[in-house]
Design a protein around this ligand. Sequence first.
Ligand code: ATP
Ligand code: MG
Length: 134
Amino acid sequence: MAVYLSRGEEQTLRFATQYARSLKPGDVVLLEGEMGAGKTVFAKGVAQGLGIEDDITSPTYAYMNDYCGKLYHYDCYRLSSGAQAQALGLTDYFYAGGVCLIEWARNISDVLPENCKKVTINILSENAREIIYD
Ligand SMILES: Nc1ncnc2c1ncn2[C@@H]1O[C@H](COP(=O)(O)OP(=O)(O)OP(=O)(O)O)[C@@H](O)[C@H]1O
Ligand SMILES: [Mg+2]
């Protein structure tokens, strides 16, 4: 486990771009942290690091955005159970060979794969964040 101290959104983006290099296809990463911590900012950085040029937007209403099978970005904030995620077909993508980034994974904890990676972003002040990662 390691810790990175980010002093602004740009630093989080850059850190996540580097972090993406440690990822392998099929890795599932749980992005933990409260609302506004910077999970979606981190996802944007990872997408950049994976060479994805699309604009990364929060998948809050769609639950999951698919970036060409290379990256699946989830926001489970509005899901209330793993069964619901399963019924929507969202769990299939955990095993589809792309990198999965999951915001609010705790809402579907009973259907997550084993051996997920974890990135926890803690808010220290308006612009400072502590990023704890494997
Ligand atoms: N060091 C930092 N790293 C990341 N974001 C930062 C930082 N400092 C300030 N911010 C701001 O915090 C906000 C993070 O928003 P973001 O949408 O990424 O949060 P989130 O964790 O995805 O929230 P939600 O749970 O609502 O989806 C942005 O407005 C961003 O500009
Ligand atoms: Mg978000």
